[in-house]
Design a protein around this ligand. Sequence first.
Ligand SMILES: [Zn+2]
Length: 96
Amino acid sequence: MVVKPRSTVENAPVAEVLAILAGGQKVKQRILRMRACNEKDSKGAPCCGHLKRWYGFSGEVTEKFGSQPEIYRCERCQTLYVPNPQEEPRSAVQSF
Ligand SMILES: [Zn+2]
């Protein structure tokens, strides 16, 4: 059994905040293969809550991210995440 070294905090990519909703809820973009929330609490400790597919979004979310957005929500701090564009590429061409 191989134990992989944990990546250091310094090397960890930062999930970009894409939007902050009217209620103060953040929408962040997931880092590739990200499965746990990296939002920091008031003491600077990462949340580490699980990201779950979520469908309870408001009109504000569909306005920003399309009518059927793929949205994940942290089960602890409720921060929203959208998939990384490089993750599970679809047939659609990515354009910026
Ligand atoms: Zn969280």
